[in-house]
Write a protein that binds this ligand. Structure first.
Ligand SMILES: [Zn+2]
Ligand SMILES: [Zn+2]
Length: 151
């Protein structure tokens, strides 16, 4: 039994697994976002590419992404906010993901935008956020960023 890398505390087979293996499509922006994180932990760039459209897809370099994802050690995901859908076909998810590359720690704090096209959710755009070093860490540890993931 493998616990899903996305941090849901569910097993991989009851969480991101069925989306990544294409048994079914992710039913919400949050589930798609989680499955994309999990796919990155597997360096599964095919899945990443298959679940993006529009602006995000235009700027995407799969070869570079593959190298990056293979070299990264993924440390965890925090879904900060997954509000109700803005419209039935548009949703946003704010997340904080941490990884390590050559012993250096990095994080991604992003508000992602998702569109529903032909009954499937796609990642279409992302806005990088810059958390303040003195504010509480977005990983929700309760510590300040500078004493936690921003060290
Ligand atoms: Zn998952
Ligand atoms: Zn933290």
């Amino acid at each position: 039994m493998i616990i899903c890398p996305c941090g849901s505390n569910k097993t991989y087979d009851q969480c991101c697994g069925p989306y990544i293996t294409n048994l079914k499509s992710a039913p919400t922006p949050e589930s798609l976002m989680r499955s994309r994180y999990t796919a990155y932990t597997q360096a599964n760039i095919d899945y990443i590419q298959r679940t993006m459209q529009g602006k995000a897809a235009l700027n995407y370099n799969p070869e570079a992404a593959k190298v990056w994802a293979k070299n990264a050690l993924w440390l965890g995901l925090t879904v900060i906010a997954a509000p109700e859908l803005t419209t039935p076909t548009l949703g946003c998810v704010e997340f904080f993901a941490r990884y390590q590359l050559q012993k250096q720690k990095f994080f991604i704090h992003e508000i992602s935008e998702f569109h529903l096209l032909n009954n499937c959710w796609y990642y279409v755009n992302g806005q990088q956020q810059t958390p303040l070093r003195n504010s509480l860490c977005p990983c929700q540890s309760g510590k300040k960023l500078k004493h936690c993931c921003g060290k």
